[in-house]
Design a binder for this molecule. Sequence first.
Ligand SMILES: [Ca+2]
Length: 510
Amino acid sequence: MRSAGGRIALALLCLLLLPWGSLAAESGSGIVYEIFVGSFADSDGDGVGDLKGVEGKLDYIASLGAEYIWLTPIHPSPSYHHYDVTDYYAVAPAFGTLQDFDSLAAACAEKGIGVILDLVVNHTSVEHPWFLSACDDLKAGRTEGFRDYYLFSRGSGQYPVPGTEDWYYEGAFGGHMPDLNLDCPGVRQEIADVIAFWQGHGVKGFRLDATTSYYTGDTARNTEFLRFITETAKSGDPDCYVVGEAWTNENTILELYQSGIDSLFNFPASAAEGTLIKAAAKGKGAAAAEKMADWQEKIRAVSPSSVDAPFLSNHDQARSRGMMASNGRQMKTAAMLYLLLPGHPFLYYGEEIGMSGSGRDENKRLPMLWSGADETQNCLPPADADQEQRLTEGVAQQDGDPDSLLSWYRALGRIRASLPGWTRGVMAALPAQNAALCAYTVTGEDGVTAVLVNTSLRQSVSADREALGLQEWELQAALGLTDEALQLWHSEGKIPPCACVILRGPEKTE
Ligand SMILES: [Ca+2]
């Protein structure tokens, strides 16, 4: 395979000194793959992604080393994004049936992939039968029934209740999404029932939507409610993974960690102004190691069982590609920076091939580009999208190319899956030797590992292994090094631009 000079592309890409084995679950990579269901994979030719479509792509998802998939809401809804639910116990007809879901969950389990559902309980759809009944109860002057499920007020309020003179309801995200009254015992019981129902159908985790809006502006009550959901989910399945969306500042997120929730998305590190992309775009690897390790220490201090959930961008944010000016090296660097962190890194579908999308939300959710040449393989875009996909090389085009972004992500997934105990490992930044060098250790159940990422786009960096205390450590994996570069690593501690090495610490002798 390899030429003497080490210039065959395949040899340049990835060196992994552990057996690869099965990529996904057994190894527990921690990587979560986010799927916007309607735009991912279409099994029946109607142009809308569906559950059977996802099932058909599990080998692809496993090839990225994912341990979980997070499905954006799959329930019936009047909206294309399904974040206003009309029935929490059903699957939207466009996405398939409950049977399709069971089939997907079983196929995932076989591959060691867990399914995470989006739990949207800040609000329902204005068309949800609970809301329709609540309005009827209100009009009939009944105090029992569903009236207490929502936040009605008389005389003034956000949105008028149709058919009444002076009743209003609250809806933080608009009139089509009436806020649930989360203090109502009936509502809490419904939420517990929904969680148990889906756990009964094989769901292994929940992503909680809009947690800062549960009680808008009241972090203490939001924390209490997160605790309720987390405890409810874990009483049904102690291994259930719960991650919350709190798109807010660090202090608020830290306070919410008091709930005992597994993870809250690391929004402050995401997107153009976040630590990760800034480090990739500006070669500030040392600062990123400090910042990410500091954050992990902070959340662990609040809640020892918590793990970070870093990501570059999600379905509500512009695609990370655009934040890095479509620069391939920056995108590969950003991937190294977050996919090798302890915790659960969240990978938004299509990021691994470099998809574009910004502006209105629909553009951030464009069809997965399975093929840039054969459009019949791809879903149709959301109706109101006003951007075309800028990426021309889809999965089919990148699949066999060892230099492609997809191959890079897969190599990172393999490395990640080869690091047992990584998800819950403890991160510590190594002393900065060079502004571009992101260097840290991760101490897990079975030892300590060091990660060295060169975030410079053009310059090699030299790691002083003696000063870092790494001289006895063995190379475990490397990415982005030619055979020649590998020799320079061994002789001089040199790491080329856009590359990383992973070292295994000596076994403890005590
Ligand atoms: Ca379909």
